[in-house]
Unconditional design. Structure first.
Length: 334
């Protein structure tokens, strides 16, 4: 079991900055995210998108902002559980919390901060009959450990950056990589697409364009995938793993069952400190709602700063919070 002062659900930019604000007050943080990498939407959806409303940066690419936030919090040594979704939240008799993830990781903490952006990201499943029966039995929607596919036959489906990048990387790991895409061209980076075409010519990737997944077979686990092209020609491909990379869709997920006051898919908070109706649970960033709410990273940073001041009294109930300026004391003094 992992024990910490604050458990932050969501490792996007707002969740990362909350670590900094908590660290200034000597509170330890553990972050949980359903994505296998930190950065949330900035890393998974638009890493090279320029952002113009971060103070001090006329323009900064999304992935650069994530890198900067990661460097900013290194001194506070946060810990992470990535690629897992928080499934259960229990409030214990002593007022602390116990969180359990989809992989049964447990985190004990005094404060819970929900910084889940638009919610937990769930994979977009292909329209393939019976696919849910093979999830965790050869069908995977994200790659946590490439060594899982060492010397295996894999089929990757998709046409974006993730599908291209993983096809390239796994071509030197897996015994066989087949990339299936419904169109003739890719929507991912041109240089990655060019590399895939080169690897296809070299026989290192089997490339099936203008094709769709139409059937999945197997007894105890996946054994083969049927592909149909635009001419209605079908081919059955033996495979150990199917990895559909069709993007992610945000959903509130299990958070909706935790007894929080909700307005549609957002958590209602008190703007004094962005606390929820459950003492000890806060919500910051795009996941919360209140009159005048603006869904900006900048606003989420502000919310995280105020949240940390109130979280302090749950972590150190007998102490009085002492506000100090980092411009005077520096970060290492905290």
């Amino acid at each position: 079991m992992i024990t910490t002062d604050i458990c932050i659900i969501g490792a996007g930019p707002v969740g990362l900055f909350a670590v900094f604000e908590a660290g200034l007050l000597k509170m330890r943080c553990h972050l949980i995210d359903s994505l296998p990498i930190i950065g949330g939407q900035l890393s998974e959806i638009y890493p090279k998108k320029p952002i113009y409303d971060i103070p001090g940066f006329p323009s900064i690419l999304a992935y650069e902002l994530v890198d900067n936030l990661k460097k900013q919090i290194e001194t506070f040594s946060p810990t992470f559980t990535l690629g897992e979704r928080v499934e259960e939240l229990q409030k214990l008799e002593d007022g602390t919390f116990l969180l359990t993830t989809s992989d049964k990781t447990q985190v004990a903490c005094k404060v819970v901060v929900i910084a889940a952006g638009l919610g937990c990201f769930e994979p977009r499943r292909p329209d393939l009959p019976g696919i849910v029966n093979y999830e965790s039995k050869g069908v995977l929607y994200m790659i946590k450990d490439p060594e899982t596919f060492r010397d295996k036959k894999i089929v990757i489906a998709g046409g974006g950056d993730s599908a291209l990048d993983w096809s390239i990387f796994l071509s030197s790991v897996a015994a066989k990589v087949t990339l299936v895409h419904r169109n003739e061209s890719f929507r991912g980076a041109p240089d990655s697409a060019e590399k895939v075409f080169e690897l296809s010519k070299e026989g290192k990737i089997d490339l099936l364009l203008s094709s769709n997944l139409t059937a999945i077979k197997g007894v105890d686990r996946i054994e083969s995938i049927t592909i149909t092209d635009k001419g209605k020609k079908t081919v059955e491909i033996p495979t150990d793993h199917l990895i559909p990379l069709f993007g992610l869709s945000p959903k509130l997920g299990p958070i909706a069952e935790w007894g929080l006051n909700l307005d549609k898919n957002a958590i209602e908070v008190n703007t004094f400190d962005y606390s929820t109706n459950i003492p000890g649970i806060f919500a910051i960033g795009d996941i919360n709602t209140y009159p005048g709410k603006l869904k900006l990273i900048l606003c989420g940073f502000h919310e995280g700063a105020l949240m940390a001041q109130s979280a302090f009294r749950f972590v150190y109930p007998t102490q009085k919070v002492s506000f100090k300026y980092t411009t005077v004391n520096g970060v290492n003094a905290f």
